[in-house]
Design a binder for this molecule. Structure first.
Ligand code: FAE
Length: 535
């Protein structure tokens, strides 16, 4: 399917990529433009991830002046090495958000810590560490789309209906999932190329091992341009997926939101994005609407200024952690004291567990591995312990004899957030044993794969001799569940003109990688809100 580049989106893309050169003021950063920024905008969207980007585009198309506030950077300027993003093999300060050392998901190899010291900087990947759980999130204009694996999976309908029974599944699967997939630029791998290319040898090895155990596998749609990847392998274009780029951003090939929804939003002429702006507080205005307290950040994390921005319609798109924290803080500090007890509830990890298997010496997975997963083991339907396991790359640039997986499991355990006044932040209440059902499910599946193939688990990857790593998640979901904190369209109960648009609406699980679900739900909700509240 060709990926349409409308004139409007093209203009928006130009604005995103060369705001200064074009003389446009649609994007501003702390150092550039405090004075130009409006103190009032009819609509404000917090964040620039999936829910936020959908919402801003549709508001802009409806002619509503909309300001987006993003705490991360606009990633459009090459550093001295000529690249915008760093890679996974030699990460520098661009890798992580305000850390002195990288915090990789796969933190060890042969028990050696492979993290690196870095300069503290507003890098693109954040890891928020709570007591028994760490959450990875993207920081920058484009949110999680900048750092994720691009796997664009529509959830199985039966599970979606179970999770969100109040949402009309006919509408979702007939209208909003197709709309989201088209706008995100989802594409499919050429199966003939997959069978021969070096970069997916690792996936073919895992597929053979799964099939030996009688398990089914499936290709996974992606927002990485597979046509581009084929040209990477052919040596025709600069490498990205094939050059160990993924969790710290991709310099080429990926249709992240700054290539899709966001330029389309800017192209409407009604949307402005301000980067390095962290929203800290939300107050209600006496006459209606809201006032935000916004910090202007420097790239070293220092607060350069604090200012207030007023709006009539406020849309929270700061992600599961960000949006939940904002409303929890607002309730607990008394700013929005009428918010209910449901704030901060219903949070889950999407059942994430990572694990590695040690392959036989003759069963090599390849030195060059695409950073973009393209295959999953689908062991969900008809099993007591459902698992959808993405076959994850190990883009180490050398043979590792390792098969790595990110398993998504069905885990009904939920965490919740409490407010810590001393640090003015939300704390996640998630106990280690709440992750056990996910480990049990993954173990049942992979014990069988190991048994049939005569292989064993890798115990050198996650610290100590740990085999199953479920102390982090890539897929934080919930905190502001749809139909509880909000009505069935994301309107916050008791607070007119206040909306939630992002992954915090989804109650802890989707059974697959979540961004297509978040995007489609945001498409559905904003259509109704525009028709009923902003017409
Ligand atoms: P999100 O994309 O997180 O955007 C929220 C934005 O709000 C961020 O840019 C924040 O910086 C910003 N923000 C937060 N707080 C504030 C504040 N106070 N003021 C201003 N801005 C703020 O939200 N999902 C898939 O479907 N497929 C994959 O292959 C996949 N791989 C992943 C790999 C990694 C390493 C990670 C971290 C995630 C992955 N995900 C994947 C998850 C996916 O990226 C995530 O579900 C979505 O990005 C969540 O979208 P939201 O709109 O909820």
């Amino acid at each position: 399917m060709p990926f349409p580049l409308s004139r409007r989106r093209f203009l928006g893309l130009a604005a995103l990529n060369s705001a200064a050169a074009l003389g446009v003021t649609t994007i501003s950063t702390a150092s550039a433009s405090a004075a130009r920024s409006p103190d009032y905008s009819p609509a404000v969207v917090i964040g620039t991830g999936y829910g936020a980007a959908v919402t801003a585009l549709r508001l802009g198309e409806a002619g509503i002046p909309t300001l987006m506030l993003e705490m991360g950077q606009l990633w459009d300027t090459p550093a001295s090495d000529g690249r915008v993003y760093t890679d996974m093999l030699a990460p520098d300060r661009r890798s992580m958000w305000l850390k002195e050392r990288t915090e990789m998901p796969l933190s060890r190899f042969l028990w050696v810590d492979i993290n690196r010291d870095i300069e503290r900087y507003a890098g693109v990947l954040d890891r928020i560490n709570y007591d028994a759980m760490s959450v990875y999130v993207g920081r920058g204009v484009g949110g999680g789309s900048l750092v994720n694996g691009a796997m664009a999976v529509t959830p199985r309908r039966s599970y979606f209906e179970e999770l969100l029974p109040g949402v009309d599944a006919d509408e979702m699967y007939g209208t909003y999932f197709p709309r989201a997939n088209a706008a995100l630029g989802v594409n499919h791998i050429d199966s003939a190329w997959f069978e021969t290319c070096e970069a997916y040898k690792f996936a073919r090895v895992s597929r053979r091992h799964a099939h030996n155990a009688g398990l089914g596998t499936t290709f996974v749609p992606s927002v990485y341009d597979f046509g581009y990847m084929e040209r990477e392998e052919a040596g025709e274009v600069p490498r990205s997926a094939l050059a160990s780029e993924v969790i710290y951003g991709n310099n080429h090939g990926k249709r992240s939101l700054d290539k899709t929804y966001l330029p389309a939003a800017l192209g409407t002429g009604n949307v402005t994005i301000e980067a390095l702006r962290e929203v800290r507080a939300i107050h209600r205005q006496p006459g209606g609407g809201y006032v935000l307290t916004v910090r202007e950040l420097g790239t070293d994390g220092t607060v350069l200024a604090t200012r207030e921005i007023a709006t009539r319609h406020l849309f929270l798109g700061a992600g599961s952690i960000g949006s939940t924290e904002l409303l929890l803080r607002a309730r607990e500090t008394g700013a929005l004291s009428g918010l209910g007890e449901e704030i901060g509830q219903g949070w889950g990890t999407n059942g994430n567990v990572m694990l590695g298997r040690a392959n036989h010496i003759w069963d090599t997975t390849g030195a060059i591995q695409s950073g973009m997963p393209a295959l999953g083991i689908d062991a969900w339907d008809g099993r007591e312990q459902p698992v959808f396991a993405e076959v994850a790359p190990v883009p180490a640039g050398t043979e590792t004899w390792l098969s790595l997986y990110l398993a998504i499991t069905r885990n009904s355990e939920r965490g919740h957030f409490t407010y810590d006044a001393a640090s003015d932040s939300a704390r996640l209440r998630w106990a280690a044993d709440q992750g056990q059902p996910s480990i049990d499910a993954a173990k049942t599946l992979f014990d069988e794969i190991n048994r049939v193939n005569g292989t064993i688990y890798r115990s050198d990857l996650f610290g100590g001799t740990r085999v199953f790593e479920n102390r982090f998640t890539y897929h934080p979901l919930g905190g502001l569940p749809l139909g509880e904190v909000t009505d069935l369209y994301g309107r916050v109960r008791g607070y007119p003109d206040l909306y939630v648009t992002d992954g915090s609406l989804i109650p802890g699980s989707t059974g697959v990688n979540p961004f297509v679900t978040i995007t489609a739900l945001a498409e559905r909700n904003i259509e109704r809100v525009l028709a009923e509240d902003l017409a």
